[in-house]
Design a protein around this ligand. Structure first.
Ligand SMILES: O=C(O)CCC(=O)C(=O)O
Ligand SMILES: [Fe+2]
Length: 333
């Protein structure tokens, strides 16, 4: 990047945070063409400073891969409850893979019970004792499910790594800043089903309670039902409606810590008041378990001292999981 470009980006460090009424849509074709990332980085910087969220279009992931994953997701959640309970996450040890029933995980447990069911997979690896690594729990009779979902997970990993390059540039870092910290990253590929919620809806039960994501980056595919909401700086919930051909991107706590709160891991939730089944497919990438996150020098100054202690990715993530899963409460990080 040319020096004057860096100066222009640094100007934005001093920008006031503004409220938003619409999540920006960013064309990221430059990520796939090897061209300059500067324009994309500029838009990402605005989005992550003010909203913590943006949509990407022209992301390079084939439509057939996304459609295939949705088709298998719907079929999976249509299975009898017992078949799904046979793959329950509590049977995966510390790998933390498998099925989570309705109300089984609550992201805002003091306030809200989550009217959703989930299925999680991650990088296939031998059983061990490192949290978030190990074998996946696949439904035995459905090889096409495993193929579609694992293939989707691999596509997401590629897109996430390309996006992290643009995020690095947006912070005036080298494009490959995150690469050494994401050699064998913790990733979770989640499938979600939100049954329609009838009657009066309040905060005691919602699709997913208000939360921030825990790691580095989330890439969300949603169907055409809608229901995602993101909080703006005035405390109002702004809709994140489905936009065909896009993914919704947001950052998690680790990047907020890294940027000393310059970038927002923003609160979001889902309310499925549509009367229809809603399906979504979020992919979460964190970093290597031992990667340390602490405020970047460029985000710390005398007027804005470091607000966070260093933390390893693995310890941070496991701590957040323990808060949402009853069966992990007694496990040490
Ligand atoms: O389903 C959605 O739209 C959002 C899901 C989400 O926020 C999450 O799984 O962390
Ligand atoms: Fe989330």
């Amino acid at each position: 990047m040319a020096d004057q470009d860096i100066d222009r980006l640094q100007d934005r460090l001093r920008a006031q945070r503004v409220s938003f009424d619409k999540i920006p849509v960013i064309d990221v074709s430059a990520l796939n063409t090897g061209g300059s990332l500067f324009e994309v980085a500029k838009e990402i910087r605005w989005a992550l400073t003010n909203a913590g969220f943006f949509y990407v279009r022209n992301h390079g992931v084939p439509e057939a891969v996304v459609n295939g994953a949705f088709e298998e997701t719907r079929r999976f959640f249509d299975l009898p409850l017992q078949d799904k309970m046979d793959l329950h996450i509590s049977k995966s040890g510390l790998a933390l893979r498998g099925y989570i029933e309705i109300f089984g995980e609550n992201t805002d447990p003091k306030k809200t019970r989550d009217l959703k069911e989930c299925f999680d997979i991650g990088p296939e690896s031998p059983a061990g004792d490192a949290p978030f690594f190990g074998p996946n729990l696949w439904p035995a009779a459905r090889p096409e499910f495993a193929r579609a979902v694992y293939g989707y997970h691999q596509e997401m990993k590629g897109l996430a790594q390309r996006l992290m390059r643009a995020i690095a540039v947006s912070l005036d870092l080298e494009a490959d800043f995150f690469a050494p910290r994401m050699q064998n990253p913790i990733t979770i590929q989640r499938l979600l089903h939100y049954p329609p919620q009838e009657g009066q809806i309040d905060e005691s039960v919602m699709g997913i309670g208000a939360h921030t994501d825990y790691g580095s980056l989330t890439i969300l595919a949603q169907d055409d039902v809608g229901g995602l909401q993101v909080m703006n700086r005035d405390g109002a919930w702004v809709e994140g409606p489905p936009i065909a051909g896009t993914f919704v991107i947001n950052i998690g706590d680790l990047i907020q810590r890294l940027t000393n709160d310059l970038y927002l891991a923003n609160l979001h939730r889902v309310v499925n008041a549509s009367g229809r089944e809603r399906y979504s497919i979020p992919f979460f990438i964190d970093a290597d378990a031992d990667a340390v996150f602490q405020p970047l020098d460029s985000c710390v100054s005398a007027e804005n001292p470091a607000r966070y202690e260093p933390v390893t990715c693995g310890a941070h993530k496991f701590g957040r999981f323990r808060d949402s899963f009853p069966h992990l409460k007694t496990k040490a990080a």
